[in-house]
Every structure is written in C-alpha cells, then in structure tokens.
Design a protein. Sequence first.
Length: 350
Amino acid sequence: MPTPCVSTRSSPISPESRSAASSAAPPGELFPAEVAAQFHKALEQVFSTEQPVNDLEFRGAQTPSPWTWLVSAYPVSTSPDQVRWAGIIIRDVSERTRSEEALRRTEKLAATGRLAASIAHEINNPLEGLTNLLYLLRNFSGLDGPALDYVQLAEHQTRRIADIAQKTLRFYRQSTLPVRARVSELVDSILDLYKTRMNTLNIHLESDLDPETTVFCYEGEIRQVLANLVGNAIDATSGGGRLVVRARRSQSWTNGQPGDQTGGVRITVADTGSGMTPEVRGRIFEAFFTTKEAVGTGLGLWVSQEIIQKHNGLVHVRSRAAGNGHGSGTVFHLFLPDDESLASRPRSAV
C-alpha cells in the first residue's frame, strides 16, 4: 500500500507559508541522509513550478537488504495563488525491483548456458579429428620412447577435453521426463565441474558414493540442486578446508508419521567453511535472500527447495558459525524418495 507522507516548505511568494512551514520537520529529520537531499530537491520543484512530480526513484542500502522507493509529490493550495503544502506519496517497490533484477540475472545465466552448450558442441568436431590424428600418430608413425609417451599424454588430455564437453552438454540439455539415474554419476558430474576451483582454493574433497545406487528423478533438476549445494559449500570454504559428499540408499528420516519406511537416497554435502548464524540459517530458503550481495541472486536454494518438494523429498540443514573456540561448517542432508509414480504426476514449473 502507498504510504502517505506530508512535508512542507515555504513558498517564495508567501511569508505566511514560511511561518507555517517552520513547525514542520525538514526532510533531513524524516528520511535517511542519502535520500533527504533528493526529497528536498523534489519539494523545491513542486513549490517552484506548482506542478506535481511523479515516480521519482530513490534507492538506498541502509537496511541489510537494498530498498527502492517510488516517490510522487504534489502541490496543495490554500488559495488560488498560494501553494502552502506538498503532499508526498511513497511506494516501497523493493521486492519488485529485486524480482526484476533476479529475472535479469537468471536470463543472463540461461544465455550463458546456451552459449556454453553451443561452444561444447562445436568443440566436438575438431576434437574428433585431433583424436583420430593422435591415434594414427601412435600406431603408424613408428614412434618409440619419450615421443610415444608424449603422444599418449596428448591422447589422455584430449579425452579429458571430450569428457568435459560432454558433461557441459548433459548439464544444459536437461531431461523433460523423470528417469532412473545413477546417483554417483550425477554427483561426479558436478564435482568434476568444480574440481579445478577446489584445487585452487586448497579444498580437500572426500567423496563416498555408492556406485550401484539409483533414484527415479528429473535428472537435470537434481543436478541443479547438487550444483547449488556444492557451489555454496565451496564459497563458504574459500579459505581452504574440507568438502565431504556422500550418497547412500536410505529411508526417510521423517514424513510426519511414525514408522514411515519410505525408501530412497540420502545425499550429504558437508563443509568446514564459515558456517551460518541461526538468523541466516532460518532464511536461506527465502527467495532473494543472499549473503553474497555482489554475486548472489538469492534464488539458488529457493529453487532447490522447490525442486526437492516436487520430488516429495526432504532437506535438513545443520550449521555453526565460527566463534568461542569451536570449529565451523555446514551440513546439508537431502533425501529423495525412489518413487516411479513421479512420472505420472503433472509437472510443475520450477
């Protein structure tokens, strides 16, 4: 709802209005310092032109999250030739502004994903030719000793490039239908994407994945959830530490009913990073809430929770911030039921 606010300033042609205005608080006493000058300028314009000004955008970051106001001012006359008051209408459009910014960032990310997939596809063509040439060089050139070793090393690196290109394409081309997916392959596809960054940040990875465990799911969407969890863990552990990822067959630890035996998969992502305070932990699944103001959209965990709920899954979080001499870190437990009826349900947009 618009918030009405009335402020006053004396009209240059009215001594009476100057007297009346002396009892009113100036903008500097009513508003934050960074916007008081803008209010004053708007009021000057109303009194000087005797015309309204509409939808002036004021921004600030006085609170933990940035805010945006749309301000309109209009003259209030007490006689045909005197503007004595100015009415101010303030609309808080912070949520709308954050939504629009998040949509812009999401579209940029989607465009980046399409570009990456296109590049990965184009890489495959010359890569296939290079692979064939190395095969011919190794088998029919008569090389031996160190030269042959170099050719084999080049073949190994070429296979790595091909593997990265294929994983990039799989990550972008998400399945539109649920399938039975091998959990270890899902997790490994994400860990491979972050491997170089983890090495750079001196993060030690401990991976414990059951190679036989499968789950019926929307494969691309679960990759998205895992990418958010692993990416956040790496961000929190940027000073070095441990990242632990586990996946095992399990049963639902709670479903609102005693003795529930729903079977599925439990995936754990744990780090020894900076951790979270109870206040932050209580808000991590809120849309647009982020502690990474410069680069975060505040949508990653919110979207992840929507995906988990669509799979009838559960997520549990434990975290402890550094302080009082104890360690810090965060643990996410994700449970996905192995339910093939997922294919018969209407698919909701996430």
